[in-house]
Design a protein around this ligand. Structure first.
Ligand code: NDP
Length: 335
């Protein structure tokens, strides 16, 4: 069994030295335990947070501790009545080639419904995040203008497409022309703007002639600066993530715009609400699972994976996601 542990805490962007690859024995199975051969490892932006010991909504990974993460794999051995060798399962344990977990914590997957790795993306945590953040906090109404960045990633692309299903004018934001072209052609969005363009803020204003009713916050930073002056009265901002800030070691340079933001919240009567998907919405998972399976099955929602082959690629895959070098949901193929 190979596994990656956290060797040291990153300062700024993570580097390969922050991870250590180890060879360890597979532990003996206890009552109700299942041994899984992991085939796909999910790489997600939140993992950067777990590498840091700053206070957050979840405990950090300990130094020398297993890097946390979701995997999809095949059952090899089972001491649990519900699981048998050959079953496909979703586990939440970590960056390792084999996992031993209590079967009660697993979700069984049906490989005939969709590729099993979709459980790490559109049919799993990122899809659920997009669904709840947009529908519950964003409250999309027909004709609303919805803006979402990281628009080719699993959360952003799903937000954009659900927004279109709900009749919104959707303006996507992505890094680079290739991603924007993909968004325009495959995600059915009304416009896509490259946040690296010099005149990004002007392009955004042009694409939102009626202002912005929903800004689904995935990235923060410069993108939010462009959005703030365009917000309409009563706009909703689900605060999902701030990926442009995760590698920062200090607050950005001034001027301090907090009073401008507070003034905008007051005058425009904004609703700004953060959420942590499973902490806040676990009870609504069945509703999501039903709707998303239907939309994906009917081809109404398009999904793109960025798969890299080889377990040893996992650290670089996370480094890449934090720099926008993924194009679609980042998954490491272990087998
Ligand atoms: P993505 O696969 O979309 O990867 C992150 C993307 O962010 C990159 O590909 C890049 O896209 C973009 N990005 C990176 N740096 C910058 C930058 N400086 N400025 C603008 N964009 C940048 O990730 P996910 O879809 O998995 O996650 C999207 C967001 O949702 C993240 O913030 C994540 O933390 C959050 N999240 C929150 C959850 C919750 O419960 N609140 C649960 C799951 C995810 P591009 O090249 O297009 O800019």
């Amino acid at each position: 069994n190979q596994r990656f542990v956290l060797a040291s805490r990153p300062v700024g962007a993570p580097t390969a030295e922050n991870f250590r690859l180890e060879e360890v024995d597979i532990p003996a199975l206890g009552n109700h335990d299942v041994l899984i051969e992991n085939h796909h490892l999910s790489i997600d932006p939140y993992m950067r947070g777990r590498m840091s010991d700053a206070k957050s909504y979840a405990e950090p990974v300990a130094i020398d501790g297993l890097m946390v993460g979701a995997t999809v794999g095949k059952v090899l051995e089972s001491n649990h009545a519900d699981y048998h060798p050959g079953d496909w399962v979703l586990a939440y344990k970590g960056w390792e080639t084999h996992s031993v977990v209590n079967g009660d914590t697993l979700i069984k997957l049906n490989p005939d419904l969709a590729p099993v790795s979709y459980a790490l993306g559109i049919l799993g945590m990122p899809g659920f995040t997009a669904y709840m953040g947009l529908l519950d906090i964003g409250q999309p109404q027909e004709g609303d203008t919805l803006v979402v960045a990281a628009a080719t990633g699993p959360v952003g692309a799903t937000v954009a497409q659900i927004g279109k299903l709900k009749g919104c004018h959707v303006v996507a934001i992505a890094g680079g022309e290739e991603k924007c072209q993909y968004a325009r052609e495959n995600l059915n969005v009304d416009a896509c703007i490259d946040h690296k363009a010099d005149n990004f803020a002007e392009q955004l204003a042009e694409a939102c002639p009626q202002g912005i009713d929903i800004y689904f916050e995935n990235v923060g930073g410069k993108v939010f600066d462009g959005v703030m002056p365009l917000l309409n009265t009563g706009a909703r901002i689900p605060v999902c993530g701030l990926v442009s800030q995760y590698n920062n070691t200090a607050l950005p340079d001034g001027p301090d715009r907090l009073s401008q933001l507070m003034g905008t919240i007051l005058v425009k009567r904004l609703t700004i609400k953060g959420f942590i998907i499973f902490d806040d919405y676990a009870h609504r998972y069945p509703e999501f699972a039903h709707d998303m399976a239907k939309w994906v099955g009917e081809g109404q929602i398009h999904y793109r994976e960025h798969a890299v082959d080889g377990f040893e690629q996992a650290p670089q895959a996370l480094i890449d996601v934090l720099e926008g070098r993924n194009f679609g949901k980042m998954v490491v193929n272990i087998k």
